[in-house]
Design a protein around this ligand. Structure first.
Ligand code: KIV
Length: 258
């Protein structure tokens, strides 16, 4: 396990782990000062490209955005989400993970699934690819509406099994998405690797959210999303002032001219 990953996983039971998404250098540079990990999530499919599913996101797109983010990330762990059709079997997963790490210089890959993908996780880890797991709602395979997980006993048992399968096969941490609080609590207590929650309660070892959501750049209204700023308002105001200045010939003045 490399030092950056060790530092990240050592936080379990010591201090909460903070993660956010970034899709480009400028935002990455800002959040890098505050977080433990920056995730180039395939949520960029809906946030930036208006796709109705993350399944439409290509590896090429993920690589380009991760290269941009890499330029802004100096200290945090940088993780890339692998698109659904890039890890359908062990050799495909290894080939694409290596490509992602070599081309973008990211530190780890994130793949979705629990017991179903345990052999793939095992193969990647055996080949020195750090893997972040992702269970609960897994947007790459979700059918129909997004519904929280872990309400029924069957689901609860499966989620706990999934988390344990990821741990046993070498994942360094696991994202728990939209999982009922009591189940997240059990998983967090029963596995030694950190749990990173998104809509999965305060019991997780850390939290991740989509940066565009917390900054108020998107219009999504989901129970677990807390907005910390209204950047849409800030940008609107700046753009409107610029427009006014141009129209009223107040910009550019001498100060801004050669
Ligand atoms: O794609 C994404 O941004 C994610 C999250 C965990 C936020 O998978």
């Amino acid at each position: 396990m490399n030092n950056k990953i060790k530092k990240f996983t050592n936080k379990k039971n010591k201090s909460k782990i903070v993660c956010l998404t970034a899709y480009s250098k400028n935002i990455a540079e800002i959040i890098d000062n505050h977080v433990d990990a920056v995730l180039v999530g395939d949520s960029l499919g809906s946030v930036l490209y208006n796709y109705n599913t993350t399944r439409k996101v290509s590896l090429k797109t993920m690589l380009e955005h991760t290269k941009s983010v890499r330029m802004g990330v100096k200290k945090s762990l940088l993780i890339i989400d692998l698109p659904h059709n890039t890890y359908r079997n062990k050799s495909e997963a290894l080939r694409n993970s290596k490509k992602a790490i070599v081309e973008t210089k990211c530190d780890a890959v994130k793949i979705e699934g629990g017991s179903r993908i345990k052999e793939i996780v095992h193969h990647l880890v055996k080949n020195k690819i750090p893997v972040l797991g992702h269970i609960g709602i897994t947007p790459q395979t979700v059918k129909g509406k997004f519904k929280s997980k872990g309400k029924s006993e069957v689901e609860k048992k499966r989620l706990i099994q999934d988390a344990k399968a990821l741990e046993q096969n070498g994942a360094f941490a696991v994202v728990l998405e939209c999982i009922h609080s009591d189940v997240s609590k059990i998983i967090t207590n029963e596995i030694k690797i950190p749990t990173i929650g998104i809509g999965a309660s305060r019991f997780c070892d850390g939290q991740v959210l989509v940066t565009d959501d917390i900054l108020g750049l998107t219009d999504v209204k989901i129970k677990f999303i807390k907005k910390y700023a209204n950047l849409k308002k800030v940008i609107n105001s700046a753009v409107s002032k610029f427009k006014q200045d141009v129209k009223q010939k107040k910009y550019p003045t001498k100060k801004y001219s050669y």
